[in-house]
Design a protein around this ligand. Structure first.
Ligand SMILES: [Zn+2]
Ligand SMILES: [Zn+2]
Length: 307
């Protein structure tokens, strides 16, 4: 074999690999599931219950990074937003967004990830709550334990942090993806279980206040103990916080998974993520008015603020 033949062979291999990588960014919608067949479960949210979005910053990404078929030219600022679920029995904070120590959280991640992550900080959630005299939440409920959801935990030093047993084990497992979650003492994490039955196509559930207004369901795959949170407001509005099941809402409305590279970097079990996408998609087909809130999609949060 001559040097020239080897060179040509290598060139073809490199082109082939590049073509394969490019293909993973093209649209490939999952087959549409049948609309969910059941009724919406009963809920009696009390007056005074409300949602409050606390934007704490953004990372600068593109639609191509978020879902298959998204364009590299379609710039998307990924919202880093904590959401306060106000309820007379205790306010819950869903995730923390960027906290005062966001730099320390990002520093726990591998250099290649840091190299592709530029961000803009806003006001941490704790300071926003202070400024509006909103008091402290009774607990922080994590959709999952990645750096961009936990970096504000240290701003709430006495607030318990609710996690599933699977997510707690993931945190304790020592991997790099949960190093930021280990910047706070392990004693802050409180495990909860799912003592309720099937809920809207998910196999089990936890009704936080016992009135159906805030219901947590397991939605694993992105991390082992990821959850989704259904909220029903006094005006009858239904909202689902899906965490990082998808990064932008096209993941649900167009049923597009993350591109291969983001899947490899971001998802523990892509098959479980796919199952979760199809479950939520079946609900969205049945109830188009259901407000879909991927943690990093500002459009879902904007829809909330307008209500
Ligand atoms: Zn995540
Ligand atoms: Zn995230």
């Amino acid at each position: 074999m001559t040097a020239r033949t080897i060179g040509v062979g290598l060139g073809i291999a490199v082109l082939g690999a590049a073509a394969l990588l490019a293909w993973t960014f093209t649209a490939a919608p999952l087959p549409a599931p049948a609309p969910y067949a059941g009724a919406w479960p009963a809920a009696s949210p009390p007056e005074g219950m409300a949602l409050l979005a606390l934007p704490t910053g953004v990372t600068h990404r593109s639609a191509a990074f978020a879902y298959r078929g998204g364009s590299f030219l379609d710039a998307r600022d990924f919202a880093m937003t904590a959401v306060l679920v106000k309820h007379p029995r205790g306010d819950l904070l869903i995730d923390t967004g960027f906290g005062s120590d966001v730099g320390a959280a990002l520093a726990t991640l591998p250099a290649p990830f840091r190299a592709i992550t530029s961000y803009t900080r806003g006001e941490p959630a704790a300071r926003q709550l202070e400024a509006m005299d909103a008091g402290r939440p009774s607990a922080i409920l994590l959709t999952h334990a990645h750096w961009d959801h936990v970096s504000g935990l240290s701003d709430f030093p006495r607030t318990p942090v609710l996690v599933t047993a699977a997510e707690h084990a993931f945190i304790r497992g020592g991997g790099v993806l949960t190093a930021a979650a280990r910047l706070v003492p392990d004693a802050r994490y409180r495990e909860y279980g799912f003592d309720g039955g099937a809920y809207l196509g998910f196999p089990e559930s936890l009704d936080v206040h016992g009135d159906g207004s805030v219901v947590i369901v397991p939605a694993p795959g992105h991390t082992p103990g990821s959850v989704a949170i259904f909220v029903t407001l006094p005006n009858g509005q239904h909202v689902v916080f899906v965490g990082d099941l998808v990064w932008q809402r096209e993941g649900l409305t167009e049923r597009e998974e993350r591109p291969w590279l983001a899947k490899v970097l971001g998802d523990g079990d892509p098959a479980q993520v796919r199952e979760g996408i199809l479950r939520v998609s079946a609900l969205a087909q049945r109830w188009p008015e259901l407000v879909l809130v991927p943690a990093h999609d500002a459009r879902g949060l904007d829809a909330l603020q307008q209500r």
